[in-house]
Design a protein around this ligand. Structure first.
Ligand code: SAM
Length: 157
């Protein structure tokens, strides 16, 4: 199984990027993982929130096929413990799925079209994080999930 994390817009914070690179490298020992950055929508300043979400949504949907499982990172989604999330990952791997795609929305979240296509929603907290911060938190949780599945001493119950 390959896991892709789709995000909108590059991170211009080098410290955040360096932490993400570190967890991405570590994750690579366990699973094929890629973070794909969708370029910021051009002229976003001149667009309404709805139009910006629609444009971002089209870019997200372009990058998925119906065979992929698409899971949105969304504060109103399902919450997991880290152990529960590791079981979620294990089940997806056992199911023979080829592509598991997680998506982080832009500054205004997701368009209705993306919500309609999604197979599920996962929340990291009921608080809202910036779309930049949430990438780091999520990649760390993915890494944690795999260390739990391998019984490695990263996660302390
Ligand atoms: C600034 S937030 C957008 C908030 C927007 N009000 C909404 O309704 O989604 C940008 C993105 O970060 C992600 N995000 C923020 N907080 C999150 C959380 N607690 N759990 C999961 N994803 C979160 C979501 O993908 C969201 O689309």
């Amino acid at each position: 199984m390959k896991i892709t994390l789709l995000t909108i817009g590059k991170t211009d914070n080098t410290e955040l990027q360096s932490l993400m690179d570190d967890y991405t490298k570590r994750l690579g020992y366990y699973i094929s993982f890629e973070m794909e950055v969708i370029p910021d929508v051009k002229n976003a300043k001149n667009l309404s929130e709805a139009l910006q979400k629609q444009a971002e949504g089209e870019e997200i949907l372009k990058r998925t096929t119906m065979a992929d499982v698409l899971v949105l990172l969304d504060e109103k989604g399902k919450t997991f413990t880290s152990e529960g999330f590791s079981q979620f990952l294990q089940k997806k791997m056992n199911s023979g799925l080829k592509n598991l795609i997680f998506v982080i929305g832009g500054p205004y979240g997701f368009s209705d079209a993306v919500y309609s296509r999604a197979n599920g929603k996962v929340s990291l907290s009921s608080m809202t994080f910036s779309h930049q911060m949430v990438r780091l938190f999520f990649i760390e949780q993915l890494y944690r999930g795999f260390t739990i599945l391998r019984n490695e001493p990263y996660h302390h119950r």
